[in-house]
Design a protein around this ligand. Sequence first.
Ligand SMILES: Nc1nc2c(ncn2[C@@H]2O[C@H](COP(=O)(O)OP(=O)(O)OP(=O)(O)O)[C@@H](O)[C@H]2O)c(=O)[nH]1
Length: 364
Amino acid sequence: MSRTIALTLVTGFLGAGKTTLINRLLRDPALSDTAVIVNEFGAVGIDHLLVEEASDGIIELSDGCLCCTVRGALVDTLLGLDERLADGRADSLKRVVIETTGLADPVPVLQALAAHPALAARYRLDGVVTLVDAMHGRETLEAHEEARHQVAVADRLLLTKTDAVVADALSGLESYLAKLAPGLQPVVAEGMEAAAIIDCSALDIGARAAGVLRDAPPYHHHDHDHDHDHGHDHHNDHGHSAAYDTILLTHDRPISGSALDNFLDLLRSQCGPQILRLKGIVELQGQPDRPLVVQGVRQVLHEPRLLAKWPDDTRGVRIVIIGTGLDEAYVKGLFSAFMGDAAVDTPDRAALEDNPLAIAGFRR
Ligand SMILES: Nc1nc2c(ncn2[C@@H]2O[C@H](COP(=O)(O)OP(=O)(O)OP(=O)(O)O)[C@@H](O)[C@H]2O)c(=O)[nH]1
C-alpha cells in the first residue's frame, strides 16, 4: 500500500495568527510537498487572498464553518487530493494542513476525519496545532468554550504575539493553559522552524504523558464527586476550573492486541461522549520494536498506526485521555482489568470480555 498522507489541523481563536503562521510555513522549503486547506466563514472568503503566494497548493473551503456545515466539503476535498495524486495530476503530497475558522470546535472535525473509512486509509492524523494569542488569549479562553476545546485537544500549543506583551503577562496565561492542557508545554511560535511547528510526532505523546504525570494532581481528588456529595454551586466549579479531565494510563508491560481492542471498545461505548481526545503509544505483545499509535475522539477511533521505531526509551503503554466529566476511577479500573492487574472486588479481563455490560462494577 502507498504511504499515508499526514494531516495537521491548525486551529486557534479569531485573530490568533493562523493565516500569518501559514504564510510563514508556505515559504519554508521543508514543507514543499504540503497542501493547505483554508476554511472561511461568510459568503465572501478573503482568507485565501491573505495567504500569500496563492497557488495550487491552497484550497479554499468557504461559506461555512468546518466544524458544522462544511465537514462534507472537507472530506470531498481530501478525497479529491488523493485522487489527483493517484492519477498523476499531482506529483507528490506528503502533508495536508487544514486551517480551521477561529470559531471552529476541532472535536467534530477530528471525528469526521476519523469516521470516514477511505480517508482513514489514506490520511493519518499527525496532530492538532493550536495558536494562542499572548495579548488576548486569557480573556478569549475564559469567554469561549470553542477556544478551550482548541487548547484541550492540542498536540502543540503555540503562543503568538509574544513580541507585543511583557514577560510577566505571559506567566498568567501559561498557568491558565497548564490547567486546560496539563503536561503540554506552550512554546513561543516566533522563530520556530516550520517542520518543528507542524510535525507532531509520537514523541509528543510521550512528552505529554510525562508532563501529565508531573503536573496532574493525584487522581483520588475529583471535583465531580464533590458536586453530588456537598451540593456545590455548579457555576463556581465551572468558573474556577474551566479545566478538562486529563487521565493518564501507563503500564510498563506490553498489552495484547485483543485486550487493547476490547479495552478501547468498552471505553468508547461507556465513556465516548465524554472523550474529547484520546492519544496513546502502545507496546503490543509480540511487537517489541514498533509502537502502535492510537488516537480517538468521542466514540470514534482513528485507524491505529504502527510506527517504524520507538521515539524514546520508554516502553509499555501510555495513553492520555482528555475529556469532560470522565470518571477517572472507572477508566483506570477498566484499564487495570485489561492489563491483567487484579484488584479486589473488580472483574478481571476475562469476565469483562465474556459479558462486559453485565458486570455491575463496570457498568455506567
Ligand atoms: N504583533 C504581532 N502580531 C501578529 C502576530 N501574528 C499575527 N499578528 C497579527 O494579528 C492579526 C491577525 O492575524 P491573522 O494571521 O490574520 O489571524 P487569524 O488567526 O488567521 O485570524 P482569523 O482568520 O480571523 O481567525 C494580524 O493583524 C496579524 O498581523 C505576532 O506574532 N505578533
